[in-house]
Design a protein around this ligand. Sequence first.
Ligand code: PLP
Length: 393
Amino acid sequence: MNLKEMDQNYVLQTYARNYVHFVKGENSILYDAEGRDYVDFGSGIAVCSVGHGNRRLADAICDQAGKLIHTSNLYLIEPQARLAKRLAELSGYDVKTFFANSGAEANEGAIKMARKYGEVEGEVKRYKIITLEHSFHGRTITALKATGQEAMHNYFGPFPDGFVYARDIEHIYDLIDDHTVAVMIELVQGEGGVQPMEVDEVKRLAKRLKSEDILLIVDEVQTGIFRTGEVLASNLYEITPDIITLAKGLGGGVPIGAILTTHKEILGLGEHGSTFGGNFLSTRAALEVLAILEEHKESGALDHALILFEERLKKIAEKYPDIFEKEVGVGFMRGLRVKGDKEAGDVVAAALIERVVVLKAGKNTVRFLPVLTITKEEMELGFERFERALSSL
Ligand SMILES: *Cc1c(COP(=O)(O)O)cnc(C)c1O
């Protein structure tokens, strides 16, 4: 039985898997079992923030694994305390953090925080949470219900009550009532199709929610940890959310989620927990990721690469008007909207044949989420191959 058969016979088939067999990587370059190189413009869906095969991250993980991987949250965990402090310092927010293991789980915790807030603050019990259409908040029952894509809700009800979907930011105001406790949004919708929110609209929303004592939860699972060029997208939008969730890029590939909140006493003893959350291995990895990215940002290299990447994508959008409508996105979260009669999936497939990895988002967007440490040479090679793929369409 070969590996593909093994996968198909024994792994539950929930993914439209490509049977490319990657075996190692170096920054933005992936190598398959035959030794062919691929340029990775997807970074494992915004996860491998410091690139593949990063020596510093690997050394930190190995060092930690040789000492302690896990002791449980019943005892002091040095890298967890240090990571919580770094997240507060780097973000510039006066927050405490709870550590989880994934994006969905971080959002679950954020929703629990909001529900508790609605129970203990104010005269009437508030429980309603407004989210946006085309949002994505994860796959657990509650995070899925928070996700404003009805098609994803098939089969899995009954769901927890209290989630309503706004068409856009302006529509949120119409949905607010006495029972509303929180609004949860992505500042740049990722899975929904690389859709940035308007800065002014978001600022106005943040102000209005504050004045009504409604919590603003920002799902930064994809936008967080320098993906937009700033530590958090909330920094870029110049807002101070009540709760921010993180996951994807934080551990550089090691599973970790985090919930940052300015409401430092919102959950008390025993009101939330996680066996694995914040263990030695994941928090040590995240500390190293933050150190690497902070240096990368400070040196100017990150901003330089962002500009180059954007320029290159804009040129491609202009050069192939039959395929693309426009270029969209922020920082290293970018996309090309394909024209009505074209399929984003076809572009992604053609790119893979030319050995450049790009992703699909929403219905009609080719998505680019490069590793944040991508070099100019890697970019050039990737775009050269991408253009070759386009001319084959
Ligand atoms: C990926 C993603 C999630 C879900 O994260 P998991 O780690 O897969 O649970 C939630 N929210 C956003 C914005 C995401 O991009």
